[in-house]
Design a protein around this ligand. Structure first.
Ligand code: SAM
Length: 205
């Protein structure tokens, strides 16, 4: 583990430093399987009857998933508050660099009503005392029937990032706003998340 100058994951410079030094153990280097399945099930580019979902990827990092969503006709935006993450994502995405926006998730206002929020390694980037704040923002951004879909990292709260969350704690935070509609093990986890993450889809009440 290299030595870093920045220790506060609430500060964009924490992430900037890690992107600059290519220390990104969370970075999948591509698109996880269960997201592919979800996007394929709502592929507006392949089926004219499907209304293209408006999607947000908060804390998108390299934003590999943005390409997949946009190729499927989704109206997707990736946001990240780290300038280095944004610069990297704009190189990763091929045709839609303008859909990568430098913004803080807690103040970002989408231009359109969202249908989908995609979660991967964003909640666990936050110290546990900020988990409730993330959930509140998800709930505020998604209208009735909106979908929160992605990967959730479980375990006892400890040092991080990644900061795990207890299953009961996540359920208690989400249940007032969302109904759980999918909950599956993850076949293609990175070592840092292996055996501790689940693919979940939560529908906004
Ligand atoms: C662990 S990385 C995960 C990146 C990406 N989701 C992935 O799966 O590879 C967490 C990301 O969240 C970003 N981030 C943290 N807090 C943020 C905030 N308040 N607003 C926007 N981005 C934030 C960081 O800059 C970093 O790129």
């Amino acid at each position: 583990m290299p030595e870093f100058d920045t220790r506060d994951p609430l500060d964009p410079s924490f992430w900037d430093e890690r992107f600059a030094r290519q220390f990104m153990p969370w970075d999948a280097g591509g698109i996880p399987e269960q997201l592919r399945t979800l996007v394929a099930s709502r592929d507006a580019a392949a089926d004219a009857d499907i209304v293209p979902p408006v999607a947000l990827i908060p804390g998108a990092g390299s934003a590999y998933e943005l390409d997949l969503m946009c190729e499927a006709g989704w109206d997707a935006t990736a946001i990240d508050f780290s300038p280095n993450a944004v610069a990297r994502a704009r190189k990763v995405v091929r045709r839609w660099p303008e859909r990568v926006v430098q913004a803080d998730f807690f103040s970002y206002q989408p231009e359109k009503k969202l249908d989908v929020i995609y979660e991967r390694a964003f909640l666990c980037a936050m110290p546990p005392e900020h988990h409730a704040r993330v959930v509140q923002r998800w709930a505020a951004l998604l209208p009735h029937d909106g979908l929160l879909a992605g990967y959730f990292f479980f375990g006892d709260a400890g040092k991080g990032p990644p900061f795990a969350i207890a299953r009961a704690e996540l359920d208690a935070l989400l249940a007032p706003h969302f109904t759980l509609v999918e909950d599956e093990p993850v076949p293609d986890s990175l070592p840092v998340f292996e055996g501790k993450e689940r693919w979940m889809e939560w529908r906004r009440r």
